[in-house]
Ligand binder design. Structure first.
Ligand code: HEC
Length: 123
């Protein structure tokens, strides 16, 4: 009689295990076929207007900075000279000399040169 109980317990134990294993839910997400994927609604991108940006913007800004330095520093010891008194070539050694007098750094000198080159006497 006892052995029947033991067999019964063992039976329940094993079938319990088996049932547990077989009843485990297997969640396989069905793969959506490519043809069934709806295309994402077309995104409309407004064209960015960059027409106002000039290619010489950087040099223009630097020349403007040069003009400010010119007005601020080049009239301290003498009258502010007229840019058109000299050609670009004539200005070169003068700027070298005067940059030292005015205590300009290389960037300031470069900016003044850009400004002068735009306004110097035409050759
Ligand atoms: C520290 C005073 C001083 C400053 C600042 C100064 N100058 Fe002069 N500048 C002089 C003197 C002095 C002379 C005359 C002697 C000479 O030519 O070196 C002169 C002469 C000149 C001349 C005539 C040169 C020629 O050959 O006829 C020009 C142009 C001139 N300066 C431009 C400038 C400019 C541009 C700046 C700014 C970057 C400047 N100066 C800043 C003192 C100065």
């Amino acid at each position: 009689m006892k052995s029947i109980y033991i067999l019964l317990v063992l039976f329940i134990f094993f079938t319990g295990c088996v049932i547990k294993i077989t009843k485990q839910p297997v969640n396989i997400t069905p793969i959506t076929p490519v043809s069934a994927i709806k295309p994402v609604e077309e995104i409309k991108v407004e064209p960015v207007v960059i027409a106002n940006v000039q290619p010489l913007d950087m040099n223009t800004t630097r020349a403007e900075a040069g003009k400010e330095i010119y007005n601020a520093k080049c009239g301290r010891c003498h009258e502010l000279k007229n840019e058109q008194d000299f050609t670009v070539e004539e200005w070169k050694p003068i700027i070298e000399r005067m940059a030292l007098k005015a205590g300009l750094d290389s960037a300031g000198k470069a900016n003044i040169t850009l400004y002068i080159n735009n306004h110097a006497k035409k050759e």
